[in-house]
Design a protein around this ligand. Structure first.
Ligand code: C5P
Length: 234
């Protein structure tokens, strides 16, 4: 599994994301880009096509969750967009996850990687018990969702870097862990509560780190990106 740094391009317009990406034009390494709901809903599928045309790999973070048939058809559209990674909520259950894989798989048998969100990191034990009526310990729930995703044939999960090692123990080394919540040792945490440095995320076996503000809000975004690459990939 190729370790890589995925830059969360949480911008609200094509103009903003392109002026950000233009800064990286001189680099031989093209950053892997995460497009989230805000940018995708603002600009539509053309934003994916254009960033791909510029040579970036794309993680399209739309977190699908619906009945199996609807998810299957939506995934077929995303597959034609040629994204590299896309995702869904494991809470949609096994039949939805299997349908998603069917939809994603192209006629030649290839498909983008498909990863699952387990419990959102904004959900804590209290919220899970009160709002979702799930009474088991949250770590157990996260690992159960990860194992269900693995059994349905998914390629990995989005998880906290603090969970990556356990996910690999439960679901196998090949099951990929994509971990947000990354901060430099001396950096601002912002709203992220459970954070890890790129070097520590590498040490515990994350496959991809997702880094937003430590790069997008840096005075020198290219320098911050290269620092992530040096700590995590090299
Ligand atoms: O700016 P920051 O590095 O905190 O950005 C992290 C990115 O990862 C954001 O796009 C955020 O939505 C996403 N993410 C997250 N935690 C999750 C899932 C996704 O921070 N559990």
């Amino acid at each position: 599994m190729g370790k890589d740094v995925i830059v969360a391009c949480d911008f609200s317009s094509a103009e903003a994301v392109f002026s950000f990406l233009d800064r990286f034009a001189e680099l031989s390494r093209k950053p892997f880009v995460k497009i989230g709901m805000e940018l995708y809903y603002a600009e539509g599928p053309d934003i994916v096509r254009e960033i791909k045309r510029r040579g970036h790999k794309i993680f399209l973070d739309l977190k699908l969750h619906d009945i199996p048939n609807t998810v299957k058809k939506a995934m077929a559209v995303l597959s034609r967009l040629d994204v590299d990674i896309c995702n869904l909520h494991a809470a949609g259950a096994s039949a939805m996850m299997r349908a998603a894989i069917e939809g994603l798989t192209r006629e030649d048998g290839t498909r983008p990687l498909l990863i699952a969100v387990t419990q959102l990191t904004s959900t804590d034990q209290e919220t899970m018990e009160r709002d979702l009526l799930i009474e088991r310990p949250i770590d157990e729930v996260v690992m159960h969702y990860a194992a269900t995703a693995a059994n349905a044939g998914l390629d990995g999960v989005v998880c906290s870097p603090l969970e990556a090692q356990k996910v690999h123990e439960v679901c196998g080394k090949e099951f990929i862990t994509v971990t947000p919540g990354i901060r430099f040792a001396e950096g601002e945490r912002g709203d992220q509560k459970r954070v890890m440095t790129p070097a520590d995320a590498k040490a515990i076996g994350s496959d991809y780190i997702v880094v937003g503000r430590p790069i997008t809000a840096a005075e020198d975004p290219v320098g911050a990106y290269l620092r992530c690459v040096a700590e995590f990939c090299d």
